[in-house]
Design a protein around this ligand. Structure first.
Ligand code: PMP
Length: 357
């Protein structure tokens, strides 16, 4: 830390992204990316924009915003596109939270929420998950604090029902409820259908997972016009051109080719269920994930050892050191073939371990 770093950030612990290794070619199952490339139309749209990079992007991302609004059955004024969904989440923390409006979220969830809170000096509280790692809706009903919940939650993949989300939103009418649906396309129930009924609900989603665009950085929020207007104020006060030309064009093309992406989601769901069943057969505890990842532990090997041994064998998964979940690994669901290789490596590791004891 330099002697110039502002005091206001002295306790800030930055978010640690998953490894993006360059030392060798891994089967990369550690950052919940899609194993499928973007569609043809996206590649063409991006190429077409490259020759116009001397010009700023449309700060409104008009075409992509309109297409997205049509896809979700809302008005363009109820949608805001951002540089990944991390950005809309940060905007929401900035716009709606302060000393008098603290925020709560589960103790085991997306690691960026406490970072956004610290960054913006927002008081926050972590609410413990139930024993089985589920989010207990009743803990949030009538809590009268701002709330952010990932649904499906990360890294467990567990979901709340739409009825439970509605109860939470309805019972906290004077607080903002952010539902982070980064993984909703893999089997969750979206709360977008509730935004016309509740002006305190903000739903965020991303093109990073189900739409194969993690490297392009495109996320969005859907909510009441008044909320979106506030978020636009934050956007125009930080970075009006937050969505670059190539990304906006890619997003528009991806929406036009939505079917391709929804087919890929089906493939990922099939590969997820195949992998989950195989892990259960091997004696693993595996949450009933509705996301593009599995969360699993085995009595036979520690979370860290399995992570390290898989890495030696060229398969990268995500291990968290947090006490409550340190015996688990989060395994992104790749293609069927990648998952078969992953399972073969796990079998080898368990067999080798058995031989040594
Ligand atoms: N929410 C959750 C729960 C996530 O896991 C992620 C991915 N790290 C994000 C939001 C942000 O994703 P992106 O910024 O790529 O849209």
């Amino acid at each position: 830390m330099s002697r110039f770093f502002s005091k206001k950030y002295k306790n800030l612990e930055a978010y640690t992204p998953g490894e993006q290794p360059r030392d060798m070619q891994y089967i990369k199952l550690n950052t919940n990316e899609s194993p499928f490339p973007p569609s043809e139309g996206v590649m063409e749209a991006v190429s077409a924009e490259v020759g116009k990079l001397q010009l700023y992007s449309d700060p409104e991302s008009t075409a992509a915003t309109e297409a997205l609004a049509a896809l979700y059955g809302v008005k363009p004024t109820e949608v805001l596109l951002t540089n990944g969904s991390d950005e809309i989440l940060n905007f929401a923390f900035m716009a709606f939270c302060d000393d008098e409006h603290p925020i709560v979220f589960p103790d085991i969830t997306y690691g960026f929420y406490p970072v956004f809170a610290e960054l913006n000096a927002i008081p926050y509280e972590k609410i413990p998950l139930a024993e089985d790692f589920s989010v207990r809706a009743e803990d949030y009903i009538g809590i009268h604090k701002n709330i952010v919940i990932a649904n499906p939650n990360a890294p467990t993949g567990l979901t709340l029902t739409l009825d439970e989300i509605e109860e939470i939103v309805k019972s906290n009418p004077d607080c903002i409820v952010i539902i982070d649906e980064a993984y909703v396309d893999f089997g969750g129930e979206s709360a977008v259908s509730l935004i016309h009924q509740y002006d305190n609900l903000l739903v965020t989603q991303t093109f990073s997972k189900s739409r194969s665009m993690a490297g392009a950085r495109l996320g969005f929020g859907i909510g009441a016009e008044s909320l979106i207007a506030d978020l636009r104020t934050i956007k125009y006060s930080t970075n009006p051109y937050n969505v670059n030309r190539m990304t906006a064009a890619a997003g528009l093309a991806a929406i036009k080719e939505n079917e391709y992406y929804m087919e890929n989601c089906k493939k990922i769901i099939e590969a997820r269920e195949m992998t989950r069943n195989a892990l259960l057969e091997m004696g693993f505890d595996v949450t009933n994930s509705k996301a593009n990842f599995l969360f699993a532990k085995s009595e036979k090997i520690s979370g860290e050892e399995l992570y390290l041994k898989l890495k030696q064998k060229g398969v990268l998964v995500r291990h968290f050191k947090t006490e409550k979940i340190k015996e688990y690994n989060r395994i992104t669901v790749g293609t069927w073939e990648q998952m078969e290789t992953f399972l073969a490596r796990v079998r080898e590791i368990l067999a080798e371990k058995e031989k040594n004891v």
